[in-house]
Design a protein around this ligand. Structure first.
Ligand code: PGA
Length: 272
């Protein structure tokens, strides 16, 4: 079965598929330079069309300056972003990183509300909402993560918790904004047990419907919604066949150049 481009709805813009690699706390700045170089070569050698499928890496903060320098010097078409930011602009917040600093490093994206931040750093929907607003204020596109635990799934069904988290994350937004949403079921992250494409589609469709009621039909049609949780080269195509899944947020498999570039070239797996 062929992968079709994300259809434009009601004459709106088509959504460019997005493959994002969340490195988490892996690879120092020297390793990042070697990795990004290899990834760029691998994709270029394979004739990757970066305009057709956008590829981004999300290294640790300490790598970002090195990645920026490399991307700018070699004119790489890879995008990059941070894994978190502060809700504050500047001041007495020891250890925090301002969106202004990320913008100064030309970071295009920032992951917000990853389940590991919610779980290990106590990030509530209020914190996620404040960080989402901060990213937008500094001109950085937030990649807002939502997803239910196995218990949530049992108690509330598939969409209730992710949809409520999305409502929470967008609480400070009243006008259209450039956003990416990542649906990452907590039970699928790092477990080797991905959701099925149909499960991902069901929740991504519910998230898009919620976006529509919160921010309007144009934002709903233009916003990319990613699936994340045990994505690999062997299962990516199934997710991207779904009409409301516009890409993937990849953890473990993003740390292997061959595997990650194969995920980015998912269209080749199905002969499109
Ligand atoms: P995983 O992680 O691909 O290793 O399951 C995904 C994520 O946490 O973003």
């Amino acid at each position: 079965m062929a992968v079709t481009p994300r259809p434009a709805q009601d004459g709106g813009a088509a959504r460019t598929p997005f493959i994002a690699g969340n490195w988490k706390m892996n690879l120092d700045h020297l390793q990042a330079i070697a990795f990004v170089q290899k990834l760029a070569w691998s994709l270029r050698d394979a004739g990757h069309d970066f305009a057709a499928v956008e590829v981004a890496v999300f290294p640790p903060f300490t790598d970002l300056r090195s990645v920026q320098t490399l991307v700018a010097a070699d004119k790489l078409e890879l995008a990059y972003g941070a894994q978190d930011l502060s809700a504050h602009d500047s001041g007495a917040y020891t250890g925090e990183i301002s969106g202004a600093f990320l913008a100064a490093l030309d970071a295009r994206y920032v992951i917000i509300g990853h389940s590991e931040r919610r779980q290990y750093h106590g990030e509530t929907d209020e914190v996620v909402a404040a960080k989402t607003a901060a990213a937008i204020k500094h001109g950085i596109v937030p990649v807002v993560c939502v997803g239910e635990t196995a218990e949530d799934l049992e108690q509330h069904g598939p969409s209730a918790v992710p949809v409520a988290q999305l409502r929470g994350a967008l609480a400070h937004l009243s006008s259209p904004a450039d956003l990416v949403i990542a649906y990452e079921p907590v039970w699928a992250i790092g477990s080797g047990q991905a959701a099925t494409p149909e499960q991902a589609q069901q929740v991504c469709a519910a998230l898009r419907a919620e976006l529509g009621s919160l921010l309007g039909a144009d934002v709903a049609a233009a916003t990319r919604i990613l699936y994340g949780g045990s994505v690999k080269s062997g299962n990516i195509a199934g997710f991207l066949r779904q009409p409301d899944v516009d890409g993937a947020l990849v953890g473990g498999a993003s740390l292997d150049v061959a595997e990650f570039s194969s995920i980015a070239r998912y269209q080749k797996h199905v002969g499109v």
